[in-house]
Write a protein that binds this ligand. Structure first.
Ligand SMILES: CC(C)(COP(=O)(O)OP(=O)(O)OC[C@H]1O[C@@H](n2cnc3c(N)ncnc32)[C@H](O)[C@@H]1OP(=O)(O)O)[C@@H](O)C(=O)NCCC(=O)NCCS
Length: 173
């Protein structure tokens, strides 16, 4: 669980318009999440929150307070490492159709578009009415897009799939 909940709540209020987030119909409160804070001494430079479920490891929020310095990348790397340690099959997240920066950021780091939920933000507005109608870059805020990074769950100690006892080599090179 996150150590500094008042800070997380304040950051979410300032940057996400409230102390909770909504994505794919699920409401997220910080006290139920894990997270990492990027620090420079006492100064907070960024925050990532995430949670584990049967679906994998979900990045719930990421905020870099000092962009283009590698903070966002470092925070995502920490979550990927945590997911690997838990032997998760994938890391995933939801962003919205207007968040062009996030779409670029994640795809450049190996994440792939996995799902489009058309008009999902309309449903989220029923739970969080202050979600704006117009999002970043003047784009109507409307759809949710899920991105995922599939993790190679085969570890050095595991035999290559083609070498497992009783299994055919198949098409594995
Ligand atoms: C998306 C977000 C988390 C990225 O965080 P960030 O700290 O800017 O990320 P990084 O600095 O690691 O990477 C951004 C760019 O800076 C560049 N960069 C990293 N370190 C750098 C350095 N020392 N000097 C110059 N450029 C650098 C990276 O190459 C990267 O460019 P690329 O994506 O073209 O490869 C941030 O923009 C953000 O908080 N956005 C608002 C909240 C948000 O939308 N969250 C996502 C919701 S789904």
């Amino acid at each position: 669980m996150l150590d500094d909940l008042p800070h997380v709540r304040q950051l979410w209020r300032e940057r996400w318009g409230g102390e909770f987030l909504v994505a794919h119909g699920v409401l997220y409160h910080p006290d139920a999440l894990e997270g990492f804070v990027a620090l420079d001494g006492e100064k907070r430079l960024g925050l990532i929150t995430y949670s584990f479920s049967d679906c994998g490891c979900e990045i719930v929020s990421i905020d870099s307070l000092c962009e283009n310095m590698g903070i966002g990348t470092a925070l995502v790397d920490k979550v990927i490492k945590a997911a690997r340690q838990k032997k998760c099959k994938r890391v995933f997240l939801t962003t919205t159709n207007d968040n062009l920066r996030a779409l670029g950021f994640y795809q450049k780091r190996g994440f792939e578009l996995a799902l489009l939920r058309r008009n999902a933000v309309n449903e989220s507005r029923k739970i969080k009415p202050n979600l704006p109608l117009i999002g970043r870059h003047g784009i109507p805020l409307r759809d949710e897009i899920e991105l995922e990074l599939l993790l190679n769950t085969i570890h050095a100690a595991d035999p290559h799939p083609s070498l497992r006892k009783g299994e055919g080599a198949g098409n594995v090179p």
